[in-house]
Design a protein around this ligand. Structure first.
Ligand code: SAM
Length: 262
């Protein structure tokens, strides 16, 4: 898939994504992924950071809320407009720019840290994106990112459910098959029909890579892996949001923090 086509798909997703996620229907993000990511994030207070693939800026604002000076970049101009509009409404000092993760519009060593919440698996060349993050970090800086877990986010995947509808296993196949822009179409499953009414399906180009490809890209860029997490919902979270029960059976997300040597 061409880079422009990837950007066009995300631009087309931006309005519905912003509307539904701000209405609270991105439950995997809000109840699990973002809290786990922030729990793993080192102290960023007073530090210069970049949020790569910031979308409408919800997680960028949380990082800025920890005292960091953050620039959010996203390949989709429309997502950046939504982020800028939120910043205008309630200014907290975040800068946003349109930019591509595989050619970041910043000088070498411009940042002390980089974050990428659930975006690098959407970039056509994950290895270049990781190498770019390495380039714009100063020595001693870190990149922390979350992605869909490569072991379970495969071309073939089926939730196996018991009589009550609870997932007890995942059936996974075609793990070694790369996808190079295969477009998945969906909307947040937590959103009720009324909320989805009239909205186009998201069109999400996928670029599946194996765990080995991810780890080797991190190492090839020059990073040292510092921490890895595979978050799953606690029983308390499942009580509050029952649909996250499936994350207790198999890993849905992979969180990695890696550091550029001094
Ligand atoms: C799943 S959304 C996550 C958005 C946001 N980080 C969040 O956690 O809510 C993926 C984001 O990555 C962006 N993206 C996709 N390809 C990109 C690229 N090549 N460079 C920068 N951003 C990209 C999309 O436009 C989208 O905003």
């Amino acid at each position: 898939m061409e880079r422009d086509e990837n950007a066009r798909c995300w631009d087309g997703n931006a309005d519905a994504w912003t509307k539904l996620s701000r209405a609270g229907y991105d439950v995997y993000r809000d109840f699990l992924n973002t809290p786990a990511f922030l729990a793993m994030l080192p102290d960023v207070s007073g530090r210069r950071g970049i949020d790569i693939g910031c979308g409408e800026g919800s997680n960028t604002r949380l990082v800025a809320g920890r005292g960091a000076r953050v620039i959010g970049i996203d390949v989709s101009p429309r997502f950046v407009e939504h982020a800028l509009e939120a910043e205008r409404r309630e200014p907290i000092g975040i800068e946003y720019r349109v930019g591509d993760a595989i050619a970041l519009p910043f000088r070498d060593a411009a940042f002390e840290f980089a974050v990428a919440f659930m975006s690098l698996m959407d970039v056509p060349d994950h290895a270049r994106a990781i190498a770019e993050a390495f380039r714009v970090l100063e020595p001693g800086g870190f990149l922390q990112f979350s992605i869909l877990h490569p072991c379970t986010n495969t071309r073939h995947r089926r939730n196996l459910r018991d009589a009550t509808g609870k997932t007890f296993a995942l059936e996974v196949g075609r793990y070694f098959e790369r996808t190079d822009g295969h477009v998945d179409e969906w909307l947040f499953s937590a959103a009720p029909a009324e909320a989805k009414q009239g909205l186009p399906l998201f069109r999400v180009p996928t670029f599946h890579r194996t765990v080995a490809e991810w780890m080797n890209a991190i190492v090839a860029a020059g990073f040292a892996i510092e921490r890895v997490e595979e978050p799953f919902a606690s029983d308390d979270v499942v009580r509050r949001c029952p649909s996250l029960q499936d994350t207790q059976q198999a890993p849905y997300f992979l969180h990695v923090r890696c550091r550029k040597p001094r």
